[in-house]
Design a protein around this ligand. Structure first.
Ligand code: SAM
Length: 240
């Protein structure tokens, strides 16, 4: 089951109960202007200045409040909000001394041995080029495994982009709640998820969607109460 929501994720997270999601796996803006960087994929990616600054502390407070476990890509940009932890995940991009970084870092809530994922950036392009900072599915599979998530758990991504986290979760039979505030990337995410669930292995009765729009209290109510999400994500009251 999945729920894709358009709007500001801070407002959305405020509507969730403490510890109501099994995990947050996310990739927030790093504040490095990636949307305007021509090296990052197609020049046709639309530019909305989403990467001019990192999210405010309240976003991280809400992630910590609603999540049992957490993976945050680009954790090195958010150290002022993240406590020291042993269990970092490193993405080795298999490139050296190129104009983009040789690796990326993921902060996790876990205190266990850190791990390295080897995945050449060139291979990621085979998954399509939907977002300038699109994450390969292999990285999200690693997060899912590292956090010890199981089928039926629920993952939140409050900075969904093109929904790479969502697609990896759905392929692992993990429920997904995504929030994206940019309407163009929201539509890209929606199409990408809809196409992914059409694959035979994902065509299960459980893979039903319930889409909410933060600016519509009616559809938000349906997200909360129609019973399609597990009880831990249900029953949240929405503050206005
Ligand atoms: C680094 S990108 C995520 C890319 C994603 N990992 C992927 O594979 O496509 C971060 C995304 O967060 C969105 N975003 C930024 N601030 C947001 C907010 N307050 N609420 C919801 N989405 C937000 C941006 O529009 C951008 O698409």
């Amino acid at each position: 089951m999945y729920s894709l929501n358009i709007g500001d994720s801070l407002e959305f997270m405020k509507s969730l109960k403490d510890g109501s999601v099994s995990a947050t796996i996310t990739d927030p803006p790093y504040g490095i202007g990636a949307d305007a960087n021509p090296i990052r994929g197609k020049s046709t990616h639309h530019k909305t200045n989403w990467d001019v600054a990192i999210p405010k502390s309240e976003y991280f407070s809400e992630i910590f409040r609603v999540s049992k476990k957490i993976c945050i890509w680009g954790g090195n940009y958010f150290t002022e909000y993240l406590p020291p932890r042993m269990g970092w995940i490193v993405w080795d991009k298999g490139q050296r001394e190129f104009s983009l970084a040789d690796f990326e870092l993921c902060w996790t809530s876990e205190n266990k041995a850190g791990r390295i994922v080897n995945h050449p950036r060139s291979k990621s392009l085979a998954e399509g080029n939907f977002h300038p900072t699109q994450k390969p599915l292999k990285l999200i599979y690693k997060c899912i495994q590292f956090l010890g998530l199981k089928e039926g758990d629920t993952v939140l991504d409050p900075f969904m982009g093109s929904a790479s986290t969502g697609i990896a979760c759905l392929k692992m039979n993990i429920n997904f709640i995504g929030v994206e505030r940019d309407p163009i990337y929201f539509e890209i995410a929606k199409k990408r998820v809809e196409q992914a669930v059409l694959q035979p292995s994902l065509l299960t009765p459980a893979n039903t969607a319930c889409s909410g729009r933060l600016d519509s209290s009616a559809s938000q109510r349906s997200f909360i109460t129609d019973g399609e999400l597990p009880s831990k994500a249900r029953g949240a009251t929405r503050r206005r």
